[in-house]
Design a protein around this ligand. Structure first.
Ligand code: TEU
Length: 550
């Protein structure tokens, strides 16, 4: 809960952010070295994806100890120093709590394998024989969700990789263990938490086959999820911390429950519906042109729906699981700058708390990997094999990965035009994007009209104008499907925001009264193109106007 409407969060993927000891992997001291940069951008919190000990099969989302730091990333002292130094700059640290599953290398799972009943009940084991899986569900990373343990004669559930075993939240002891993790990090001075796929923690009482889907309808926003979250928040006393739940394939109704302050669950939630508008028949691995009409409808429904029932949205386009937005919905070449700025404005003026993923603020693009050897992500590698088995050629499969792989967002942060983009002095764990000589922090900082400067401005405006952080939102109907436009209002203050999603001119109606409003932000230097009651928006143009008080 709490009110975080005027805050902006910056997401750091530590492995790819800054490498202080030149081993090719980013680390905590690397982040400490970039605090001035984050302060300059103006963000309030940094969320670090997992830095806990892990075999790194899923880049840290396979945790083997929740209360230590993986030596690859540094030490506990480094984390304490980061928390302290960030705090001195008014930046709070948020950590990633991966509580749906643990690594199978976690001591609990190892003891379960060794036959300890207590720890078997920490996970979801089912008796059976190798010829019959408990259900036909499909894992999020491809293949079945069950793995057989011969020595026990049991199957265990893993919604993600087979090295990520799902925890049994029905077991009170499991819930207590996880609460202790939160308590531990609270005493270290952590200011907030992101909860990984937390709407999947409550599994159904009876496990049954899914004949119409992949099984997700049985465990998504499950029967006891709200009860578990209320208990977790209350017992750890994080009611006033910033908390964000990652909600996979969720519903508006469920998210209202997770984020309405009266429910005392989380401050806000991530949902992904707006990022599936280019999935053919909802399938991530089948390409399709973006459906702009559904994009607009999804934003309208979620924004107006959350507002009506007092839910709160996390606003974002990018994270470590998503391809870069400028490559996906914008333009990497001719309108690179314009489209990156428009996409930013489009969500930063909505009702919710914005998240910026490292590199988004300088317009970083997709990786453009050409061979399978360049990919590191477990999901991408699994699906490459699946696509080939389904009959795709190597070229076709690589073409799909180039659009959809999570590695698109995991290439090293581009700091400068030096070798390896100034991320490291040695070859990084994953290849640097070839465009680092053009797209990098140094280049952006020497340009007053940069994408970086635009993000700074967006953050500053949110701090200055309560209509952005607290105002109501209403979407404007436009005849043109390529425009997302909305009005923000609060106590006589008013903003109108138009965004042209495409690379061609479009026009929209401008009401007479709006003609006296002042333009406060845009991504084209010259005046607004108004002719009578028509406003022309140029390729990827964004315009924000504000009501004037005389
Ligand atoms: O992601 C959850 C999730 O379901 C997706 O983002 C998923 O990676 C994608 O949709 C598959 O197509 C979270 C983390 O953000 C991700 O990095 C982890 O791999 C995953 O949980 C498991 O912990």
């Amino acid at each position: 809960m709490g009110n975080f409407s005027d805050k902006v969060i910056y997401q750091i993927y530590p492995k790819s952010f800054a490498d202080s000891n030149n081993d090719g992997l980013g680390d905590i001291r690397g982040i400490i070295g970039k605090l001035d940069y984050l302060e300059q951008l103006g963000v309030d919190y940094i969320w670090l994806t997992p830095v806990f000990p892990s075999p790194q099969n899923d880049n840290g989302y396979d945790v083997l100890n929740y209360i230590e730091i993986d030596s690859r990333f540094g030490t506990m002292e480094d984390m304490e120093e980061l928390i302290k130094k960030a705090g001195e700059k008014g930046i709070g640290v948020m950590l990633d709590m991966v509580f749906n599953h643990t690594s199978t290398s976690h001591e609990w799972f190892q003891r379960a394998l060794a036959g300890e009943k207590k720890y078997q009940d920490y996970y979801i084991f089912r008796d059976g024989t190798l010829d019959k899986m408990p259900t036909n569900w499909e894992s999020k990373f491809g293949g079945p969700t069950w793995k057989y343990v011969d020595s026990l004669g049991k199957w265990y559930l893993h919604l993600f990789d087979e090295t990520q075993a799902d925890l049994n939240w029905e077991n009170k002891e499991v819930r207590e263990e996880l609460k202790n993790v939160i308590r531990f990090w609270k005493t270290k001075g952590v200011k907030g938490f992101r909860f990984d796929v937390v709407n999947l923690i409550s599994k159904p009482e009876v496990f049954e086959d899914d004949f119409i889907g992949d099984g997700r309808r049985f465990y998504t926003d499950g029967p006891r999820v709200h009860e578990y979250l209320k208990e977790l928040v209350k017992d750890t006393g994080i009611e006033d911390f910033i908390t964000v739940g990652e909600m996979s394939s969720t519903s508006l109704q469920a998210c209202i429950g997770y984020s309405n302050p009266d429910e005392k669950e989380f401050s806000m939630c991530f949902n992904f519906h707006h990022l599936k508008i280019d999935y053919k028949d909802g399938k991530k691995w089948e390409l399709m042109e973006p459906d702009y009409i559904s994009l607009k409808n999804i934003f309208k429904n979620w924004q107006e729906g959350m507002q009506k029932y007092h839910g709160w949205n996390a606003l974002f386009w990018c994270n470590h699981d998503q391809p870069r937005i400028v490559s996906r919905l914008g333009d990497e070449t001719k309108y690179w700058k314009e489209s990156a700025k428009m996409l930013a404005a489009c969500i930063h003026f909505m009702r919710g708390t914005p998240y910026i993923y490292q590199g988004e603020e300088i317009g970083m693009t997709n990786a453009h990997h050409k061979s399978i050897e360049q990919y590191k992500d477990v999901e991408s590698l699994n699906y490459y094999e699946i696509l080939l088995r389904e009959g795709k050629t190597k070229e076709e499969a690589l073409g799909i990965l180039a659009e959809r792989s999570r590695d698109n967002s995991r290439t090293p942060m581009q700091w400068s035009e030096q070798e390896y983009a100034g991320f490291s002095k040695v070859e990084p764990w994953i290849g640097v994007n070839k465009n680092y000589r053009e797209i990098n922090v140094e280049a952006e900082q020497s340009d007053l009209d940069s994408i970086f400067a635009f993000y700074q401005k967006l953050i500053q405006l949110r701090k200055e104008k309560a209509v952005i952080s607290k105002g109501d939102i209403r979407f404007i109907e436009t005849e043109n499907e390529n425009i997302i436009a909305y009005i923000r209002q609060r106590k006589g203050q008013e903003l109108i925001i138009w965004n042209n999603l495409r690379d061609e001119d479009v026009t929209a109606e401008i009401k007479d009264e709006w003609k006296s409003y002042a333009k406060i932000l845009g991504n084209y230097k010259d005046k607004m193109q108004v002719n009578g009651n028509r406003l022309t928006l140029r390729p990827y143009e964004t315009i924000v106007i504000e009501k004037q008080h005389v």
